[in-house]
Design a protein around this ligand. Structure first.
Ligand SMILES: *[C@@H]1O[C@H](CO)[C@@H](O)[C@H](O)[C@H]1NC(C)=O
Ligand SMILES: *[C@@H]1O[C@H](CO)[C@@H](O)[C@H](O)[C@H]1NC(C)=O
Ligand SMILES: *[C@@H]1O[C@H](CO)[C@@H](O)[C@H](O)[C@H]1NC(C)=O
Ligand SMILES: *[C@@H]1O[C@H](CO)[C@@H](O)[C@H](O)[C@H]1NC(C)=O
Ligand SMILES: CC(=O)N[C@H]1CO[C@H](CO)[C@@H](O)[C@@H]1O
Length: 321
């Protein structure tokens, strides 16, 4: 935006509005029980930052519960990928960047191991400066040699911050880069579920509908934060890291008698039927995730089916039939 004098004046007015509003938030919080203070302050501040056109009156009429409140679900979606997959990340940012569901705070982050090439040091650093959505684990890129273990067991330390919400995320996910998650539907499916000791996904083997037999498919699964903490602390995963990782994950939970809450999201999660197998399902409205989007054509058909560009505003700047 250009900084014309009138823009600048507006900017100053908004800034002072924001400051005085924050000040009032602090004042309001002082009277509350200590434990509640920070949350109230955050809600207050959060509501404000998303209003650029509020007059003082409607700032105060604005009910903070409509934006952010303590029942909001916090989810980390970790998409495991490789440092060189720049195009894939660009594409997935487009997909997940368009809309954030109400009632939830979802962070989508790309996860990989140590960088190995000189150009990555510049290119990945630039991405981080621009998007801040990358987690680099302390590991050497591998398949079935413990990346999943490193991912989950690193989270409690990475997000350990005494000033943030507790837990930092209610749920953490490991997601394949050829899966498409519909975040709105994901959140809806999580609302009634426990926020502790939960293991959620598409149960393998394909015909099984019993979430205790045996483990959730690598297309994408979700566990509550306490399970990530358990993975960090327990010897069971630590001593059993090498092998097919998602299957191992199920075995850790079985051997550690964890995840007494389980949710089988079949058939709202499924593989695309090409060719049809016992694991596949046709695209249908009741979908949380589609897997096996191995090429652009499959992505395009899927995104088209779910009307993801329906909200595109009309404008004189472009015309898309
Ligand atoms: C605002 O929220 C409070 C509870 O947090 C509720 O009692 C009140 O009715 C709400 N006001 C409006 C205008 O929605
Ligand atoms: C919190 O937000 C959720 C989702 O937006 C809403 O359904 C719920 O009523 C809110 N709760 C309170 C206490 O305001
Ligand atoms: C990853 O990189 C860090 C810092 O650059 C280094 O200390 C660590 O040893 C590396 N880990 C592996 C497994 O190569
Ligand atoms: C997409 O939009 C079409 C046309 O409006 C509608 O018939 C269809 O049900 C929508 N699909 C989904 C999955 O919502
Ligand atoms: C950046 C932003 O949110 N701009 C909005 C400010 O308010 C006007 C008027 O309501 C909107 O049209 C802008 O999109």
């Amino acid at each position: 935006m250009t900084f014309t004098p009138s823009n600048r004046r507006r900017f100053i007015i908004y800034s002072s509005l924001i400051s005085s509003f924050l000040f009032l938030c602090i004042l309001a919080s002082i009277n509350e029980i200590q434990f509640d203070n920070f949350r109230k302050f955050r809600q207050c501040a959060f509501t404000q930052t998303f209003k650029n056109n509020s007059t003082p009156e409607n700032i105060f009429l604005q009910n903070s519960s409509s934006h952010s409140n303590s029942s909001e679900i916090r989810i980390l979606i970790g998409i495991l990928t490789l440092p060189d997959h720049y195009h894939k990340r660009h594409f997935l940012r487009l997909i997940y960047g368009t809309k954030s569901p109400s009632g939830a705070k979802i962070d989508v982050k790309f996860v990989f191991c140590n960088l190995t090439k000189e150009d990555q040091k510049i290119l990945v650093a630039l991405e981080i400066m621009r998007y801040d959505d990358i987690i680099i684990l302390n590991c050497k890129e591998n398949m079935d040699k413990g990346k999943t273990y490193t991912y989950f067991s690193s989270l409690p330390e990475i997000f350990d911050s005494s000033d943030s919400s507790s837990p930092p995320y209610h749920y953490v996910m490991k997601v394949d880069d050829d899966s498409y998650f519909r975040l709105e539907n994901l959140v809806q499916s999580l609302i009634p579920l426990p926020r502790e000791d939960l293991y959620y996904g598409y149960v393998i083997p394909c015909p099984s509908m019993d979430p205790f037999v045996h483990y959730m498919s690598g297309m994408g699964y979700l566990v509550s934060w306490d399970i990530a903490e358990w993975i960090r602390e327990s010897d069971i995963p630590k001593d059993h890291r090498i092998g097919p990782e998602d299957k191992l994950f199920g075995e850790w939970l079985r051997d550690g008698r964890r995840a007494k809450n389980r949710y089988n999201a079949k058939w709202s999660m499924y593989n695309l039927p090409e060719p049809a197998t016992q694991c596949t399902h046709e695209l249908w409205p009741d979908t949380v995730a589609v897997h096996q989007l191995k090429n652009q054509d499959k992505w395009v058909r899927t995104l088209n089916y779910f009307n993801v560009t329906k909200a595109l505003k009309s404008s004189k700047l472009y015309h898309i039939p």
